[in-house]
Design a protein around this ligand. Structure first.
Ligand code: NAI
Ligand code: MG
Length: 357
C-alpha cells in the first residue's frame, strides 16, 4: 500500500540532513519495492515565522492529518526566534495535536562508535527509553501571583490521568514482552513528588499484574541517571513520565556515543493520526551551512518510520534492518563526518549508506 509522508525539514541542519534521509529512503523503497510518496512542507521553520508571525499556517492540522507519517528534521533558530516559540509553535503542536503519546528512543552502542564509558563493546548497551509525551510535568496549568511584589509566587501543575498513564505503561510493557530480556524499569520520584509519583508507581504495579513474564523494577530518577552512566547494560525497556523521560532520553544516547546518530519516534500507536520521526539532535546553528552535519540520526529515524508504517510486514522490516546494517557498515568503514572524527561531508555519508544498502 502507498504510504503518504510529509517531509518537514525545519531549520538549520534539519535542511542538510533531510536530503540524505530521503536519499536513503528512496533507495530502500527501490530495493524492497515499497510505495513511499513524499510531500514537501515548507513551513514549521523560523523563516516562515519571521514572515508570518506564526511557525505554521492556521490550518496546519487539516493539512497534515491525512498523512501516514511526518518526517521531521529540527526546529529552532535562537538568534531569530526564542526557542519556546519555535518549539511550542511546531513540534509540540504536532505531538499534542496528533496525540503522539509515545516518545520512543533506542539507545544502542553501534559498531565503530567510541563509547564514552570505559570497557563497553557492541551489544552491551541496547535498550529503549519510552517517554510519556503528552501530559505529566509539561503542562500549561498554573500561573503567577502577586507579581512584582515580595510575595511573588509561581505555580506549575503536573497532570497525570489514568488514561494517559495506563496507555504509556501498556505500550512499554508490550515492548518489554516482545524483547528477549523482558525487563521493564520505571522511573519514579515518589519520595519527593508525593502525590503524582506514588500514583504512577501504583499504575505500574497494576499493569505489571497483566504481564507476569515481564520482570519489573523501579528507581528514583536521580539514582536512575547515575545507573545509566555506571551500568547501562542492565536496562531493556525504561518507561518514564514526560520530564523524567526527556532527561533520560538525552542521557541514554549520550552514554552510547554521539548525538548525531541518535533517532527517535513520536508515535500515535492507534494510527488515528500521523506519527512523527526525527533525529534526537536539534538545528545545530554552530555548524549549519558547512555540509558537515552527521545525517545518521535522520537516516536511522527514517528506518524507524518504515518499520512503524509496515506494521510487521516482512518487506518493511527487511528495509529497516538493511538500513541499520548499512549504517553500521559505514560507521565501521567510513566515511564519517567531523563529529565522529572523520573529514567527510553530510552528503558523502548519505551516498556511502546508499552504496552499502
Ligand atoms: P543541537 O542538538 O542542535 O546541538 C548540540 C551540539 O551537538 C552542537 O554543538 C551541534 O553542533 C552538535 N550536533 C547536533 N547534531 C549534530 C549532527 N547531526 N552532526 C554533528 N553535530 C551535531 O542542540 P542545541 O544547540 O541545544 O539547540 C539548537 C537549536 O535546536 C535550538 O533552537 C533548540 O531549541 C533546537 N532543538 C530542536 C530540537 C528538535 O527539533 N527536536 C531538539 C533539540 C534542540
Ligand atoms: Mg530533550
Amino acid at each position: 500500500s502507498t504510504h503518504r509522508i510529509a517531509v518537514i525539514a525545519g531549520d538549520g541542519i534539519g535542511r542538510e540532513v533531510m536530503p540524505e534521509g530521503l536519499r536513503v529512503l528512496a533507495a530502500a523503497a527501490d530495493r524492497f519495492d515499497l510505495d513511499l510518496q513524499f510531500t514537501t512542507i515548507d513551513w514549521a521553520n523560523c523563516d516562515y515565522y519571521l514572515q508570518h508571525g506564526e511557525m505554521m499556517p492556521a490550518d496546519w492540522f487539516e493539512q497534515l492529518k491525512g498523512f501516514d507519517a511526518l518526517y521531521f528534521g529540527a526546529a529552532g533558530w535562537p538568534d531569530k526566534v526564542p526557542d519556546h516559540i519555535s518549539l511550542w509553535g511546531s513540534l509540540l503542536k504536532f505531538r499534542r495535536g496528533f496525540d503522539q503519546y509515545v516518545n520512543l528512543r533506542p539507545v544502542r552502542l553501534m559498531p565503530g562508535v567510541p563509547c564514552p564509558l570505559a570497557n563497553r563493546k557492541v551489544g552491551d548497551i541496547d535498550f529503549y527509553v519510552v517517554r510519556e509525551n503528552t501530559e505529566g510535568e509539561y503542562s500549561a496549568v498554573g500561573g503567577r501571583m502577586f507579581e512584582g511584589t515580595e510575595r511573588e509566587t509561581v505555580v506549575q501543575e503536573s497532570i497525570f490521568t489514568r488514561k494517559g498513564v495506563d496507555r504509556i505503561l501498556k505500550y512499554a510493557f508490550d515492548l518489554a514482552q516482545r524483547r528477549p530480556k523482558k525487563h521493564l524499569t520505571s522511573a519514579t520520584k515518589s519520595n519527593g513528588m508525593a502525590i503524582s509519583m506514588p500514583y504512577w508507581d501504583e499504575r505500574v504495579e497494576a499493569m505489571a499484574a497483566s504481564y507476569p513474564e515481564v520482570r519489573c523494577d523501579k528507581y528514583h530518577i536521580d539514582i536512575l541517571c547515575a545507573r545509566f552512566v555506571l551500568s547501562p547494560e542492565r536496562f531493556d525497556v525504561v518507561v518514564a513520565s514526560n520530564l523524567f523521560g526527556d532527561i533520560l532520553s538525552d542521557l541514554g544516547p549520550a552514554c552510547a556515543g554521539t548525538i548525531g546518530i541518535a533517532p527517535s519516534a513520536n508515535l500515535n500507536p492507534e494510527r488515528d493520526f500521523p506519527s512523527l520521526f526525527e533525529p534526537v539532535h536539534g538545528s545545530a546553528p554552530d555548524i549549519y551551512g558547512r555540509n558537515i552535519a552527521n545525517p545518521i540520526g535522520m537516516i536511522w529515524s527514517g528506518a524507524m518510520m518504515l518499520d512503524f508504517l509496515g506494521q510487521g510486514d516482512a518487506a518493511h522490516g527487511a528495509a529497516h534492518d538493511a538500513i541499520l546494517r548499512a549504517i553500521e557498515r559505514v560507521l565501521v568503514d567510513g566515511p564519517l563526518t567531523p563529529d565522529m572524527g572523520g573529514a567527510a561531508s553530510t552528503s558523502d555519508v548519505g551516498l556511502a549508506i546508499v552504496d552499502a544498502l
